[in-house]
Design a protein around this ligand. Structure first.
Ligand code: GLU
Length: 476
């Protein structure tokens, strides 16, 4: 495959949601798989929508997910600058080329006049088009009026790398604004110029630009540019698959997921799977596998469903693939304050016990708290337990007393504890559902915990026996 040049061209207007980062990821993947370049460009021509800090945030999001770019606003490159507001002279130059060729004109109308044209079109039941109102003798463009493209309406049959063959008629072609009266170009104009000057070969972007693409093709023609290959990403849908994903469905900023302890490799894996698979049942892909296997043509045309449970499952798979040292290293900042006095070896043992069920690191405090502090005794844990609530308090107390004696003689190795726990079953004639639940509640004060013998072994004799005694006392 020939090396390609792709770009991610966000506007610094806020947070980076999964849809945005998916576009970036796909552009990055095809650049990497062909040994090409991935470029970051800031499209900041709409000053009113700009949000402070958004640029740093976008950069941090890309780098956190490992989508490093080869050229960009902060690192420069052959076609610098990579920020549209710093490229105004380029747009002026190309605007002049269009004016000279008779393909752009100053828009002489006031908003009120345009409103009248619209009304008139509405009354006559025809669509409003600017090109029906081209001024006969437009004033020379002095930069104070908007500059409009003089389009050449025609039909297009084009191939979108994802959407396939698309046909549109001349009625969708209109005279759009190239440069606004504030001197800034529109997105419609600026991105065509930039993609050309930056030698972008593949444009990957969201579905919101699909309808305007014939107009861009018309502009490419007027400028004599070869259009790039265009791949339009379908929307990402909410969990019900019917509505576009919204914040209400749990669509968070990518860095929010990182803050919750989702691993970048799992996020990349999950985001790649939104609307793409390799044609097999494989779901877990490393970054290297994605680079090798991703094909833009295999992105599905219909909206991809966003399911946060699937992301949690996938993150769990990635968590289980790490060895304990690495997992511990990467989860360091998520441990509860109460763990501060405990050493790494102890915490690693705890981590080893929860690794199997851990979905993301922000769950660590809730899953591990009882390894670090004595929690208050909650009688409801016993009272609400289906099996335990059938027993009298005196029976419960006796069971715990037996346990205290037997465990008090243990060396607290997992093997010995397992043997003793099984011995207690025989001795008391109880089912594990009763006896083990009771010992678990007494020693952890948690309704769930990892395997009982493993848990007690990590807690050690002092803590285990103390907590069992305390529970016995409170059963009086
Ligand atoms: N600045 C546009 C946006 O943020 C980028 C569209 C494109 O990739 O061409 O939506």
């Amino acid at each position: 495959m020939k090396p390609v040049r792709t770009r991610f061209a966000p506007s610094p207007t806020g947070f980076l949601h999964v849809g945005g980062i998916r576009t970036a990821l796909f552009a990055w993947l095809i650049a990497r798989q062909t040994g090409g370049q991935f470029i970051l460009r800031f499209e900041d021509t709409d000053k009113k929508r700009e949000v402070a800090g958004a640029r740093e945030h976008l950069i941090r999001s890309l780098l956190t997910l490992g989508l490093e770019y080869d050229e960009g606003p902060d690192i420069g490159g052959q076609f610098a600058p990579y920020t549209q507001s710093e490229r105004l002279s380029s747009y002026q130059d190309w605007a002049q080329v269009l004016i000279d060729a008779g393909k752009a004109y100053a828009d002489p109308y006031t908003p009120e006049q345009v409103q009248e044209f619209r009304e008139q079109a509405r009354k006559e039941k025809r669509p409003f088009l600017y090109r029906n109102h081209r001024p006969e003798n437009p004033p020379a463009w002095d930069g104070t009026a908007p500059l409009r493209f003089k389009s050449t309406p025609r039909a297009y049959t084009r191939i979108d790398a994802v959407m396939g063959s698309l046909r549109t008629g001349p009625e969708v072609i209109d005279d759009f604004v190239l440069i606004k009266s504030d001197g800034y170009p529109t997105y419609n104009f600026a991105h065509v110029i930039d993609d050309y000057e930056m030698q972008i070969t593949h444009v990957i972007r969201g579905q919101e630009f699909l309808a305007s693409t014939p107009n861009y093709l018309n502009l490419y023609e007027a400028l004599g540019f070869e259009p790039p290959i265009i791949a339009t990403m379908p929307h990402i849908m909410g969990p019900d698959g019917k509505k576009k994903l919204s914040k209400r469905d749990g669509a968070k900023d990518v860095l929010d997921y990182v803050r919750d302890g989702f691993l970048p490799e799992a996020l990349v894996n999950f985001i790649a799977s939104l609307g793409w698979n390799d044609g097999t049942e494989q779901e877990i892909f490393t970054r290297a596998e994605l680079i090798a296997k991703f094909k833009i043509e295999r992105v599905q045309r219909s909206g991809a469903r966003f399911d946060e449970h699937r992301l949690q499952w996938m993150n769990g798979v990635w968590i289980r693939s790490l060895n304990i040292d690495e997992l511990y290293d990467r989860s360091r900042e998520f441990w509860p304050k109460s763990s501060a006095g405990y050493d790494d070896t102890y915490k690693k043992r705890v981590l080893g016990l929860i690794q199997e069920r851990l979905k993301y690191f922000a769950e660590i405090p809730a899953l591990t708290e009882f390894f670090f502090v004595d929690l208050p005794i909650h009688m409801e844990l016993i009272d609400n337990n289906k099996q335990l609530k059938k027993l009298e308090r005196t029976e419960l107390k006796q069971l715990l007393e037996h346990a205290h004696v037997s465990l008090g003689q243990s060396n607290f190795s997992v093997e010995d504890l397992t043997q003793r726990l099984n011995g207690l079953l025989e001795q008391t004639g109880q089912k594990p559902g009763v006896l083990f639940s009771l010992i678990r509640i007494a020693s952890t004060q948690a309704p769930f915990s990892p395997g009982l013998a493993d848990t007690l072994s990590v807690l050690g004799p002092d803590v285990t026996l103390r907590r069992i005694s305390q529970t016995i006392d409170s059963l009086l």
